[in-house]
Design a protein around this ligand. Structure first.
Ligand code: PEP
Ligand code: MN
Length: 346
């Protein structure tokens, strides 16, 4: 159940509602927004009796039953698609957003050249890892604080908002100071300490699907962030691990319309990690536009053969420019097909 309190509900009314919920044997999870308090009711109890009682309790605007285990992120809770504002840009709105940049921030020259190149080609945000989750401890781990500072420089030069990965709850304040959007990578999708700490980070979160995670698990992870106070979550399909070896991961392209049915949160596609091969990135990008993603996040490097990570899946700057050009007719159709009513729960 979700209980929405009236806009000017008093503290006493809110406390009373919480008390009533507990009397019915449920746990209370309240989110105090700027405009109103919304209370998540979780646990096992007599739903009908509790709903009826709360609907008649002073200060309550509405009480609704949510059958999904993820409450705040479900379409049942909110029918309209959410628009997440990042550095003045609306993700989930009527612009198809392309986020591009290197896998890792490597040097000032590399990030500046990439930022300028992708901005000129129409990217609306810059990506780049300063903390890298690498399979081998002997591989490049990222420039860390120096990388964050270089990202800030690139933002100053181009105006592009920044998305960068956060790997540990210990680094939240530092990363939040330098970035516009906090990326949770596939390997940390179920780092629950990190998810909880992002509830209070004050920045939107780009949550990537774990490589062995179900769509439900992805939504439960998003629920962690929202339930801890941060409603600004963008989801990302980046491929999952299957028996197939022709691509680095298997892109679960259907996850995008599935998510659009189940959640109001914006969903973007990462065709770079989903394929692992730059030759496949344009085709999968077109698929992402056609299937109704809200945007793309992909890897671009000025000299992929010299990249310290993910060179094989990184586009050169000219190839990215060509791909953006080729995507234009698809994006035109995307805009025409964007009828938000079609997302409503059937
Ligand atoms: C990345 O974006 O560079 C990255 C490590 O992605 P993922 O977490 O999806 O593997
Ligand atoms: Mn990468």
């Amino acid at each position: 159940m979700i209980i929405s309190m009236r806009q000017h509900a008093t503290r006493a009314e809110i406390d009373h509602v919480c008390e009533r919920i507990r009397e019915f044997g449920y746990k209370v999870h309240s989110i105090e927004g700027e405009e109103r308090v919304v209370i998540g009711v979780v646990g096992v109890g007599d739903v009908t009796a509790c709903l009826e009682s709360l609907e008649a309790t002073p200060g309550v605007e509405s009480a609704m039953r949510i059958s999904a285990p993820y409450k705040f992120v479900s379409r049942e809770f909110k029918k309209d698609h959410s628009i997440i504002r990042v550095n003045g840009l609306d993700i989930g709105g009527d612009e198809f957003i392309v986020i591009a940049g290197p896998c890792s921030v490597e040097s000032e020259k590399q990030i500046m050249e990439t930022a300028e190149g992708v901005a000129a080609a129409g990217a609306r945000m810059l990506r780049g890892g300063a903390f890298k989750p690498r399979t081998s401890p002997y591989d490049f781990q990222g420039l860390e604080l120096e990388g964050l500072k270089l990202l800030r420089k690139a933002k100053e030069a181009t105006g592009l908002g920044i998305v960068t990965e956060i790997m540990s709850d210990r680094d939240v304040d530092m990363v939040a100071e330098y970035t516009d959007c906090m990326q949770v990578g596939a390997r940390n999708m179920q780092n629950f300490a990190l998810l909880k700490s992002l509830g209070g980070c004050g920045r939107p979160v780009l949550l990537k699907r774990g490589m062995s995670s179900t769509i439900k698990e992805l939504l439960m992870s998003a629920e962690y962030i929202v339930a801890h106070g941060n409603p600004n979550v963008i989801l990302c399909e980046r491929g999952i691990r299957t028996f197939e070896t022709a691509t680095r991961n298997t892109c679960d392209i259907a996850a995008i319309p599935v998510l659009n049915e189940l959640t109001h949160l914006p969903v973007i596609l990462d065709p770079s990690h989903a394929t692992g091969k730059r030759s496949l990135v344009p085709a999968l990008s077109r698929a992402g536009v056609a299937i109704g993603a809200d945007g793309l996040i992909l890897e671009v490097h000025p000299c992929p053969e010299k990249a310290v990570s993910d060179g094989a899946q990184s586009l050169t700057i000219p190839a990215f420019g060509q791909m953006m050009e080729d995507l234009k007719p698809y994006i035109r159709l995307w805009r025409e097909a964007r009828v938000p009513e079609t997302w409503a729960v059937a």
